[in-house]
Design a protein around this ligand. Structure first.
Ligand SMILES: NC(=O)C1=CN([C@@H]2O[C@H](COP(=O)(O)OP(=O)(O)OC[C@H]3O[C@@H](n4cnc5c(N)ncnc54)[C@H](OP(=O)(O)O)[C@@H]3O)[C@@H](O)[C@H]2O)C=CC1
Ligand SMILES: CC(C)(CO)C(=O)C(=O)O
Length: 325
């Protein structure tokens, strides 16, 4: 089984080390100083604060070095994927599966959904249908990324928490390809359940990303603060209730209510969301995947989204003034 992790940064690097350590036939696509460090010194993973593992990895910035794969696990930031689809083609053979390990509403969302919206493309996350046309929706296996990790220096990943990557077919089936990847990830010490209703999980995670991330980027407040401050808690609740109305129109079933989800965010503690970290470190922000996409779905389902519209306007301008959106 040949696996390529495309975008071996925090999440991809974490997966890459675990897979390499388990003896999987895994290669990593990265770039710049991070790639150079990997090539020179291997890739180091720090777990539990002080447990360091270093593995030699097959790494390149040129997919032509790696050839056709059984699985390409995409762990780029959402906005980085569309422009790189043409460069990824050498990795794609007749039976290659593309695993979309990216936060937010996935580009394949309306593939095999079985409703009147079947086949709908999402401009906010797949401008010009780059992924839909460049990969083909039949190739995709969905993935919800739960671990938290960061690149602390080139070639060094710090794992913060979590080891679950939920997998799911767009049609909910327990396919051979999903089960085989689940087995390979499990052999690497990761949890990779195959879910029949992955879209439900996408929305529960997105509930947090949609609201906590932009609010934290705008206020520089950590999760414990923004989820408990009465004013920002009300803003998050407003965004999440609008999202819930959209999702339920699309057939999603939420296992918890909005208050419990916000309390879950508060329980994470003094954590800076990835969007605030991106803003702080001068990296492009995933505004379209996490917020713009939900606004687009609101228009598609004729659902008013006044709170989402307001926060999106603010965080989009914040991103633009920082040159990061
Ligand atoms: N980090 C986390 O804790 C979590 C992340 N996620 C999600 O996982 C996804 C990945 O996030 P994360 O791992 O943090 O992102 P990172 O930015 O750490 O990783 C992406 C990597 O891909 C590289 N890259 C970008 N474009 C190319 C290219 N054209 N060729 C080769 N390499 C490229 C980046 O390099 P460069 O640095 O040079 O841009 C970077 O090393 C996101 O959707 C994120 O929201 C979900 C849960 C938690
Ligand atoms: C920590 C959390 C859950 C906040 O939405 C997250 O996923 C992120 O920072 O992107």
């Amino acid at each position: 089984m040949k696996i390529c992790v495309f975008g071996a940064g925090a999440i991809g690097g974490y997966m890459g080390v675990k897979l390499a350590q388990a003896g999987a036939d895994v290669s990593l696509v990265a770039r710049g100083p991070h790639l150079a460090a990997m090539k020179a010194n291997g890739l180091t993973l720090i777990e539990e604060g002080d447990q360091r593992t270093n593995v030699a990895v097959t790494a390149s910035d040129n997919p032509e070095d790696l050839g056709p794969q059984d699985y390409v696990i995409v762990t780029l930031k959402a906005h980085s994927v569309p422009p790189v689809v043409p460069k990824m083609q050498p990795l794609i053979g007749p039976d290659t599966t593309i695993v979309s390990g990216v936060n937010g509403v996935p580009w394949w969302y309306f593939h095999k959904i079985g409703t009147e919206l079947e086949g709908t493309r999402l401009e906010s996350v797949d401008p010009g249908n780059a992924q839909w046309d460049g990969f083909g929706p039949d190739r995709v296996l969905g993935c919800v990324v739960y671990p938290a990790a960061e690149v602390i220096e080139p070639g060094v990943i710090n794992h913060i928490e979590g080891n679950r990557f939920s997998l799911g077919e767009p049609d909910g089936s327990k396919s051979e390809r999903a089960m085989a990847l689940s087995k390979a990830l499990s052999a690497a010490g990761l949890k990779a359940p195959v879910r029949p209703r992955l879209r439900d999980e996408i929305w529960v995670k997105l509930w947090g990303n949609l609201s906590f991330n932009p609010i934290s980027a705008l206020t520089h407040a950590t999760l414990d603060v923004l989820c408990t401050d009465p004013g920002t808690r009300a803003v998050a609740r407003g965004m999440m209730l609008e999202a819930q109305e959209i999702a339920e129109k699309l057939g999603v079933k939420f296992p918890i209510d909005v208050e419990k989800r916000i309390d879950g965010g508060a329980a994470v503690g003094a954590h800076r969301t990835s969007m605030w970290q991106d803003l702080d470190q001068g990296r492009p922000m995933e505004i379209d995947a996490l917020v713009g996409s939900v606004q687009e779905l609101g228009r598609l389902t004729d659902t008013p989204t006044p709170t989402i519209d307001t926060v999106l306007a603010l965080v989009a301008l914040r991103g633009r003034t920082a040159g990061l959106y």
